[in-house]
Design a protein around this ligand. Sequence first.
Ligand code: SF4
Length: 418
Amino acid sequence: MAPIPPLHIILSPAAWPQAPPEMTFSTLRTIEECPRRWALSNGEYPALWAKPGYPPRLGLAALSGDIQHKAVETVLKALVERKVSSLHSPEAVTVLRDLGGLSTVLRNCLERELGTWADNPRAACMSTWLHQQLEARLPTMRQRVQVLLARLPSVELAPGGIPQSAQSGGGGRLPLGIHPERWLSHPELGWKGKADLLVISPDGACIFDFKTGDPKPDHVHQLQLYGFLWTRDTRLNPSGMPPLRLLLCYDTRTVEVPPLTGDQIDLFERQLVEQTSTARQGLGEIPPLALPGVDRCPYCPVRHLCSEYWKPETQALLVREVERATSLPNDFEVNLFRRQNARQWDVRIGSSLWFAEEQWAVLRLTRAMDWLQPGMRLRVLMGSSPPPTPSDSPASEGGDQDSALVITQNAWTELYVL
Ligand code: SF4
């Protein structure tokens, strides 16, 4: 019998993670939403790869967003290097031309982004497909980045030119100029956050956050957090002056967010201390608490590892709550019954959002997997289930008459043995 590849085995972390030494906005949100999800995503899985955490699932929207972010960062860093003081200036056009144009910048960022995940075993079988899909999206990404950059120019980046020290990235007070991808921190609180762009002018600081998706209420909170960290970052901002402006830049519009001032800053800090402490406590148990919900489980990248998700009562809860969600993933837990041929199996449903337990189904694979054996219990994520045809029924080969369902593997489908 062929051994099951480690990636296709449902694993528990070899070591559960400790609470993070430094909190960030996305870490806090993930822990608040579901401590189990954070812990499963950040445990150690040496059987799979050498990096910390479970190999992430790559998605087109997230990858496109990261590529656009990196493209903006590349252009801004080139402007800083060449001491170009304004995105409006003719020199800025020259800088962009020297970079090979926006399309080249984006293509390079695409290659780099996919290169970072070259060792991700979860992405191996879809890397060519991802590459093709992202290539096809390059014109749209180019348009978005162009619009995003065009939204920045109202800011004169550094009147009188950017001082040399602005390029250093070293410690100490930040000088006048533009500072892309700048980490801000509040060490006493154990917090840090990376501002997409910080512009320091003689009047004060402006913080920009670039968003490639639709606006969400959380974006405002995140940017106010960056404003708070800037105010409390005694190393970069010894005066403790709050930022002058906070700007959320979408490809359709720019939203001005009011910075916190006076008592609001103290209140924000107290709330942050409380939230952080609650989140850390939530990671005290092993395994940490699972908080299933229709607004998080369908997008959870480690739901195949989460026993809570597959319980019938959780599946029923998600279906009940589905009116509040646009869709639920087509996930199935099935028992392999009989191999019809190298790429087709008769299976029985063990757990599913939509189909009854014990219902017969046919599992169609896009390629042969010789490690599959009768009697195995399999978790199938994101399978397609088109309307069934009578010929798919195991009844035609002596199976039960109630067979109706066909589960088909697609580019997004993942299979895991329990
Ligand atoms: S599937 Fe749901 S309950 Fe389980 S870890 Fe993910 S978000 Fe939490």
